[in-house]
Ligand binder design. Structure first.
Ligand SMILES: *Cc1c(COP(=O)(O)O)cnc(C)c1O
Length: 384
């Protein structure tokens, strides 16, 4: 199958204004890019140890605390390496002895693998089949509970809640594809970490974490315990740097600028409440479409678990989704293929907060044209 298959000429075609409907990296709004030309604060090409960049970092920290409605004492910490780096930071700096990790998709599985570090006890890994959810369960020997708020690979959204706190356990939530697009009660997480290339309209390579006083104290205690911790994975060091609006080493200033402009926009639109209802309404359009289509259905069977930010749709096996995705590229749509190894014949659509209703409507109009076309093609092949 060639990479781009032309959209059949005889069929109506519905182009999108912006076809970046991938699950990450994701759409960056045009207005965000305009900032680079103006660069009013003159931060590009300047040191992260100097005032202009520190002011930018401070604005991001305040913006995120406001966006999340963070309880008093919580702080925003940042460093280089993206969410993947944070899994190793958790193993090096946050897990005391043993973690309980929920594996209901590819990203949760990767956190579980990081928690299997040789200096820790074997993690208690609870798994669910792709498309389903498993919840944490209190256990006396667990000091850290970890799962993803939104499992981007399967399109399952999970609750952010407290399993064990009375015994000093902490809760670590991977919010990478949820942050800025799904509401939650920040008081229920000790560390809510993410990289900003999804709802937060920025680029990859940075990790950001909302950290509770209990988690900061845990990181400080482990750092002082004599455990060998590489500097890059030392969360206590990162916290000290972040308190000075800095990172351990040089960050991409452009990534910070994009994050800052997206936060300003999100807060002006109405914050997380607005964002959550916007993403939910985009995803609902897609799930409703699949529910009424005879040849497609939402991959996540339980409506309550369906992600508002990543709609995963399974198609009838006779509909060649690879061909459909290739045809859609001629309407500017990129990156809506399913996550490799998840499901049989599916597409996965990122309905992050920057996406518009109009573009989702156009996408669905194309589906309405292409699904019967591909089905007819497959029946013709079968008849031959
Ligand atoms: C995208 C994603 C990641 C990976 O982020 P990187 O910055 O590439 O490391 C991790 N977890 C979840 C839930 C994601 O959606």
């Amino acid at each position: 199958m060639p990479v781009t298959t032309p959209y059949p000429r005889t069929l109506p075609r519905f182009p999108l204004e912006d076809g970046r409907l991938g699950s990450g990296p994701a759409k960056i709004r045009r207005e965000q890019l305009d900032r680079f030309v103006a660069d009013p604060d003159g931060v590009l090409g300047t040191s992260h140890r100097k005032e202009p960049v520190k002011r930018l970092v401070g604005r991001i920290q305040r913006g995120l605390l406001e966006l999340f409605g963070a309880p008093a004492g919580y702080e925003i910490v940042l460093g280089n390496g993206g969410s993947t780096a944070f899994w190793d930071i958790a193993a090096a700096s946050l897990i005391e002895q043993r973690a309980q990790c929920l594996d209901f998709g590819v990203f949760g599985n990767r956190m579980a693998r990081a928690a299997a570090a040789p200096w820790l006890a074997t993690p208690d890994v609870r798994t669910a089949p792709h498309g389903e959810l498993v919840l944490a369960e209190h256990a006396p020997d667990i000091d850290t509970y970890a799962w993803a708020h939104n499992e981007t690979s399967t399109g399952v959204v999970a609750p952010v809640w407290r399993v064990g706190q009375a015994d000093g356990a902490i809760t670590l939530i991977d919010g990478t594809s949820a942050a800025g697009g799904i509401g939650f009660d920040a008081a229920n997480a000790d560390v809510y970490y993410f990289a900003p290339q999804k709802n937060l309209g920025s680029d990859g390579g940075l990790w950001v974490a909302l950290v509770s006083p209990a988690a900061a104290a845990r990181a400080e205690r482990i750092a002082a315990s004599g455990r060998f911790i590489p500097e890059f994975l030392n969360l206590h060091l990162a916290i000290e740097q972040s308190r000075k609006q800095q990172t351990l080493n040089t960050p991409a200033i452009a990534t910070l600028m994009l994050l800052d402009s997206q936060l300003e926009w999100l807060l002006a639109q109405g914050g997380l409440g607005w964002a959550a209802s916007h993403t939910r309404s985009l995803a609902t359009k897609i799930y409703d479409w699949a529910d009424q289509c005879e040849h497609a259905f939402p991959f996540v069977a339980n409506p309550a678990l369906r992600s508002p930010t990543n709609a995963v749709i399974e198609f009838d096996r006779r509909v060649d989704v690879k061909a459909m995705s290739a045809m859609l590229r001629s309407c500017g749509i990129v990156d809506i293929d399913g996550y490799s190894g998840v499901g049989q014949n599916q597409l996965r659509i990122g309905t992050y907060v920057s996406v518009t209703e109009t573009d989702i409507d156009q996408l669905l109009r194309n589906f309405d044209v292409l699904v019967p076309h591909l089905l007819a093609g497959s029946e013709a092949t079968a008849a031959r």
